[in-house]
Design a protein around this ligand. Structure first.
Ligand code: 3PG
Length: 472
């Protein structure tokens, strides 16, 4: 079998430490072997027909090799492809995207194409700096190096519409209730009703007042998302005010794209700012039959140097089973990742200089979900709730208090329902939104550990539909 005159199947090939490994799922109108060759050709050196210009050097050094196919049906299956490091430009993720995540999505033989994961060789990772602050740096900013408790924050709601003074007042109440972090929503930047600069000044005042009262360090994740030149102006301004201890620079990382993100992160690092990545928009290219799994973006974000990153929740309003979200947490926190085929996750090791990012659990959270989230992620996480704070029957202050109470209870080894007996704000939150039992999470984690082989067999039998469920 060949595609465009060349054969890309090489089942005897053993990938080297310098290869990229990419795991695809595909179905189409032709046998899976042919689909695999089409993918390898179009994403590396080939095209639809033989080339008079092809030569031995190109073929030997730059082609992709299909070294494994996990056939699920005649025309469907999993495909592992190895790409040589020489194929790729340096410090240029866009060139990588155009190769491996590019034209192949338009090939007409394909009916489904999903890129589950990429394992990046250390040689490629060396060109990126990783997070400046990482988990430990963010802990220093918040003052939790010793307590090691999870961070807790809120997204001001309504998402947009409040004036700067109203917004800052909500932030002040949240800080007063003990929250570490208040953030802009992904769709709030510099609209007429809430100018970016005015809001910034009002929030910094709120932080100073609240810190005087709580004795805590409080932070503001300030959304600078915009065209590149405006983001740079905002960074220059934040730097001129020396706000590195008050501000975490927030970026809607997916929508600004890798090109702007790379340069913006160079500047935030030069100025010493920590960064907060929101993933709004990624699901547009992730949930259908064609897409790129968020694990891949997350790895890029860590390599480029985002310090804390939204990963969904597993128990909140965003898609993703708890175990899938746990994998995203591990990509943020761990250096070594074992293969978990049933989530489409490959083995990979981050280079030693790439610091861990803090995972952010966000989307549909309230105090009653904190025990479950800590069971899932452990303590190295930032848990934030918007509606779960501002929708509390007692308002923002009590909503914030309820979140802190749930965190404090967990650190004392007390469950939220028990702590709620003597803490009314937490009791109110549990009454309105209920309690997510952490034992369910523990059971799911144990199930995964005991059944890894069975889950893999299930994925191999059912294909993409048999995956990402974290159980049967
Ligand atoms: C986010 O930025 O993650 C969302 O706005 C979360 O909002 P919610 O806590 O109200 O679901």
């Amino acid at each position: 079998m060949a595609y465009g005159g060349y054969g890309y199947l090489d089942f005897k090939y053993s990938p080297t430490d310098d290869d990229f490994i990419v795991l695809f799922w595909a179905t189409g109108s032709v046998p899976i072997e042919k689909i695999a060759e089409a993918i390898a050709a179009e994403s590396s050196v080939g095209s639809w027909t033989k080339l008079a210009t092809m030569n031995e050097n190109v073929w030997t050094h730059y082609r992709a090799r299909v070294f494994w196919i996990g056939k699920v049906g005649k025309n469907s299956g999993f495909i592992k492809v190895a790409y040589p490091i020489e194929h790729f430009d340096t410090k240029n993720i866009m060139q990588f995207q155009a190769s491996v995540l590019g034209n192949i999505f338009g090939l007409k033989e394909l009916e489904e194409l999903y890129v589950f994961d990429i394992s990046f060789p250390k040689g490629y990772q060396r060109q990126f700096g990783g997070p400046l602050h990482g988990i430990e740096g963010i802990r220093k900013l918040v003052g939790t190096e010793k307590t090691r408790r999870p961070h807790v924050g809120t997204i001001v709601k309504p998402k947009v519409g409040l004036t700067p003074k109203e917004w800052a007042h909500v932030a002040y109440e949240a800080y007063s209730g003990g929250l570490d972090l208040v953030k802009d929503d992904e769709n709030l930047v510099d609209q007429k009703f809430c100018g970016w600069e005015e809001r910034l000044h009002e929030v910094v005042k709120a932080i100073d007042t609240a810190s005087g009262e709580t004795g805590q360090k409080h932070l503001y994740s300030c959304n600078i998302t915009d065209r590149y030149s405006r983001m740079v102006k905002r960074l220059d301004y934040l730097n001129s005010l020396k706000l590195q201890k008050h501000i975490i620079v927030m970026l809607d990382a997916y929508v600004i794209g890798m090109a702007a993100l790379q340069d913006i992160l160079d500047i935030t690092k030069r100025y010493g700012f920590a960064t907060h990545g929101h993933r709004a928009g990624f699901a547009a290219a992730n949930r259908g039959s064609y897409g790129v799994n968020f694990q891949i973006y997350e790895k890029f974000y860590r390599l480029l140097g985002i310090d804390q990153m939204h990963i969904g929740t597993g128990v909140g309003k965003m898609e993703g089973s708890p175990l899938v979200i746990k994998r995203l947490h591990d990509i943020a926190e761990q250096q070594k990742l074992a293969e978990k085929f049933y989530f489409g996750s490959l083995e990979m090791e981050f280079a030693p200089h790439i610091k861990p990012m803090l995972s952010i659990a966000s989307g549909g959270i309230d105090a009653g979900k904190i025990d479950a989230l800590v069971a899932l992620h452990g303590l190295n996480t930032n848990i934030q709730a918007g509606a779960g704070v501002h929708g509390h029957p007692g308002g923002t202050l009590k909503g914030a208090i309820s979140m802190r109470q749930a965190i404090d209870a967990g650190m004392l080894g007390i469950s939220s329902p028990k702590y709620a007996k003597t803490h009314s704000e937490l009791a109110q939150a549990l009454k309105v939104w209920g309690y997510s039992d952490p034992n369910e999470i523990k059971k799911a984690l144990e199930y995964e550990q005991k059944n890894a082989k069975r889950l893999t067999a299930q994925a191999m039998k059912k294909g993409r539909n048999g995956m990402e469920t974290g159980g049967e």
